[in-house]
Design a protein around this ligand. Structure first.
Ligand SMILES: [Zn+2]
Length: 286
């Protein structure tokens, strides 16, 4: 029995490793001194210059060696700061190893609380936290982390590179190439109204030249943000109208209020039905 369970544990470990074995970290330049790294999990923002290397999100622990190698290839150095846009494991999984390498992990207060409470992994927890905004003055750039309340989770931050005109939107933004409707983590303190308001903030900070890194998917621009915002508002309004008319959750899902937005979003992990259910649950919880 002991041998069997050891083998079972070994098999589990092997599976977990294999999940990442073929992942390659791809880099795309967003602006001079700023890249996005794609691998598996949330998109990584990478900014560098004479003062140091600033990283946004760190995917999963089994990918840290590959991510570190890519950071070294691009910057010639290692991460000095890692900012988590929120607590989800596909954005914070590398925290412990980056911390061991000497990076300071930074996030909203609720990220630290949730990483410690939910994952019981204090090694992964941010060591510098903030409640509202945090500004970094590095590499000739003003980097503003701005907390947006009750949106994808209750600990979201967007990161605005003011001079470079680049924004990392975290999981407030699920770009269409991902093939998914957005995920709103109601159990993690998120809400559809909060996501809509957060996207409005990102639109306000943007102009036609702004390059926007979403949490998942490919780079976005202001026009893409406006389209994404219109989708969220339309689905929210349609669901609210049916709630006001006394329709049940089942009837609302059946009525397909998000039908117009399904094309291109058939593959991802949040499908039409689940998205509508989340919007309904969020509005009912208001
Ligand atoms: Zn997330």
């Amino acid at each position: 029995m002991l041998l069997m369970s050891s083998l079972a544990v070994l098999a589990l470990h092997t599976t977990a490793q294999d999940r990442f074995a073929n992942v390659e970290i791809q880099a795309e330049e967003v602006a001079p001194g700023i890249h996005v790294l794609y691998g598996r999990g949330g998109n990584i923002g990478l900014a560098y210059g004479p003062d140091g290397v600033f990283v946004i999100d760190d995917q999963y622990a089994p990918l840290t060696a590959k991510i570190t190698a890519k950071i070294e290839e691009i910057t010639g150095g290692q991460a000095d700061f890692v900012l988590n846009t929120h607590f989800h494991g596909d954005h914070t999984g590398g925290n412990e190893r980056f911390g061991e390498q000497g990076a300071l992990i930074i996030a909203h207060d609720n990220v630290r609380r949730r990483v410690i409470d939910d994952n019981e992994a204090p090694g992964d927890a941010p060591v510098i936290t903030f409640s509202d905004t945090q500004t970094f003055h590095i590499n000739g750039e003003t980097v503003k982390a701005i907390h947006l309340e009750k949106a994808h989770t209750d600990g979201d931050s967007i990161v605005h590179f003011v001079r470079a005109n680049v924004i990392h939107g975290g999981d407030l933004l699920f770009e269409k190439a991902l093939g998914s409707f957005p995920f709103i983590d109601l159990n993690g303190g998120g809400s559809v109204e909060g996501v809509i308001e957060a996207v409005e903030v990102i639109i306000t900070l943007s102009d036609d030249e702004t390059r926007i890194i979403p949490g998942h998917g490919l780079l976005m621009d202001k026009a893409g943000l406006i389209e994404y915002h219109a989708m969220l508002v339309d689905v929210r309004d349609r669901v609210q109208t049916m709630i006001d008319a006394g329709e049940t959750k089942e009837a609302i899902v059946e009525a397909r209020p998000a039908k117009a937005y399904v094309k291109g979003r058939e593959r991802g992990f949040i499908r039409e039905d689940r998205f509508v259910e989340t919007v309904y649950d969020s509005l009912m919880a208001e």
